[in-house]
Write a new protein. Structure first.
Length: 251
């Protein structure tokens, strides 16, 4: 089950604010032996948000959507999610109770809209100001405020997805081949991709500079033991072709 992120807000794309969610989500997942597979930044465009959410609901991934669930005119995520699902928006009864308890008569006419979600939504508790996020299937919607979003994501992961946690998370093992050109090593790369389908293979070439020669950083990502075997075999194969091989930065 891949994990993805939708990070929403014109202020991020205009540079008015710097995104903090991506690195935080990577850290939260890594602490549980999980990895982020993809991320997408979106402005406050209802059509784009709807299209992205249609893909998210259809793909079967575990997705976290950040931002756009407030009650101001530029918050389009709730309505876009309803259209993507083909359902109506409705006031969630538990959200109604929470918002009325928080604001009293001042919940109306606008704040109450923060409890209007696509039909069938489940609430995500907000430990900071009690205004909930919501989930539909494996897509989870949290506010754009980091202090609220991050503990809400931790609660979702720990409550609903412990079966995805890994006690032995994937590692990234790399090595560097000096004076190597990708075009000369396509056959070798294809061989290793076919030989190790359980690993993700990467090739990152770098041009020569005044400080270092031309080189390629090769890497394998996956379970530690298998990645170590693949890396050792690749090193042997490269040396057999007379390349100088150096250790890479592995994690």
């Amino acid at each position: 089950m891949d994990v993805g992120a939708l990070i929403i807000g014109d202020e991020l794309l205009s540079g008015k604010r710097q995104d903090k969610h991506l690195q935080a989500l990577i850290r939260l997942l890594a602490a549980r032996g999980m990895k982020l597979a993809w991320a997408e930044y979106l402005g406050d465009s209802p059509a784009r948000i709807e299209a992205a959410l249609k893909r998210a609901f259809a793909d079967g991934d575990l997705v976290f959507s950040f931002g756009g669930i407030g009650a101001t005119p530029d918050d389009h995520t709730r309505a876009s999610a309803a259209r993507a699902l083909g359902v109506e928006l409705e006031l969630h009864p538990d959200a109604k109770t929470i918002i009325e308890g928080r604001f009293g008569v001042d919940a109306y006419p606008h704040r109450i809209n923060m409890g209007v979600f696509p039909a069938g939504a489940r609430l995500i508790a907000n430990p900071v100001n009690q205004i909930p996020g919501f989930s539909h299937g494996d897509v989870h919607f949290v506010p754009g405020f980091p202090s609220m979003a991050w503990p809400m994501i931790e609660a979702v992961l720990d409550t609903h997805y412990p079966y995805l946690f890994s006690a032995s998370p994937d590692v990234d093992l790399t090595l560097i081949a000096i004076e190597a050109r990708e075009g000369d090593l396509i056959d070798l790369m294809q061989d290793f991709v076919a030989r190790y389908p359980a690993l993700r293979f990467s090739s990152l070439p770098s041009f020569a500079t005044a400080e270092r020669p031309m080189q390629i950083e090769f890497g394998f990502t996956g379970q530690s033991a298998l990645a170590a075997i693949a890396l050792a075999e690749l090193e042997k194969a490269l040396k057999a072709r007379d390349y100088t091989v150096l250790p890479g930065k592995s994690a």
